[in-house]
Design a protein around this ligand. Structure first.
Ligand code: PGA
Length: 260
């Protein structure tokens, strides 16, 4: 089955509203209508309204948040709800990023509540999973990925799964300049797909897009995305410059066109 590649920029705590405008003015200008891939930009919350001004008029680019609360509204100081993101035109929301897991103590049960809340609100989750170097060295990759998938996808229906993107991000590759080899990434992606097939059946699993994340950059994007189970990227550092992110998008477009 051919899946539309999805290339997403995770800006993390970078790009103020004015920097967002500067980036998007240039970046959106690269595209004349929809491309062969889905392109997603995830700015920090406060830059989303500015991003929406540019992305709202672009057929090529979709908007994402980097996080959200599982709660619909109420006394949750500092939190942002799905309805707030919907109102600003967000299509996607990144959930369970390893920085949220390790720095902010998010566990699979909490992430699961967010995934279900996002699906119910019509936002498409980009659900992040991935092992640490310690876990990899101890031969525990499969066990870790399976536990994360089962925990964060508990009670998620097959219909909802069709709208969920998985981002496999080995923690040791995030922001380190150390990328997984295409073989390491393919092996993990194929395993993730097999877990999804066990839970939802082959057809659903074959339709789910699985992104690679962790020091993805123009120099390695082409080789990674040519792997059969790698369907795009979640890009941190290399997404902060419009030209560099555009090069990664181009690798996705080349792959999509080669497969069509
Ligand atoms: P990186 O970040 O591309 O800077 O490694 C990826 C991510 O954390 O999503």
């Amino acid at each position: 089955m051919s899946r539309t590649p999805i290339i997403a920029a995770n800006w993390k705590m970078n790009q103020t509203p004015s920097e967002t405008a500067t980036f998007l003015e240039k970046f959106v200008g690269f595209f004349d209508g929809k491309t062969a891939v889905d392109i997603v930009i995830a700015p920090p919350f406060v830059s989303i309204p500015k991003a929406s001004e540019f992305i709202g008029q672009s057929e090529a680019v979709d908007l994402s948040a980097q996080n959200m609360s599982p709660e619909p509204s109420g006394a949750f100081t500092g939190e942002i709800s799905a309805a707030m993101l919907n109102e600003l035109g967000c299509d996607y929301v990144i959930l369970g990023h390893s920085e949220r897991r390790t720095l902010f103590g998010e566990d699979d049960a909490f992430i699961n509540r967010k995934v279900r809340a996002a699906c119910e609100a019509g936002l498409k989750p980009i659900l992040c999973i991935g092992e640490t170097l310690e876990e990899r060295d101890a031969g525990r990759i499969e066990e870790v990925l399976k536990t994360q998938l089962e925990g964060s996808l508990a009670d998620v229906t097959a219909e909802q799964m069709a709208d969920i993107v998985i981002a496999y991000e080995p923690v040791w590759a995030i922001g380190t300049g150390r990328t997984a080899t295409p073989e390491q990434a393919q092996e993990a992606h194929a395993y993730v797909r097999s877990v999804l097939a066990g839970k939802y059946g082959e057809e659903v699993a074959n339709g789910v897009r699985i992104q690679y994340g962790g020091s993805a950059k123009p120099a390695n994007a082409g080789e990674l995305i040519s792997q059969p189970d790698i369907d795009g990227f979640l890009v941190g550092g290399a997404s902060l410059d419009p030209d560099s992110f555009h090069e990664i998008v181009k690798a996705g477009v080349a792959e999509a066109q080669g497969n069509s």
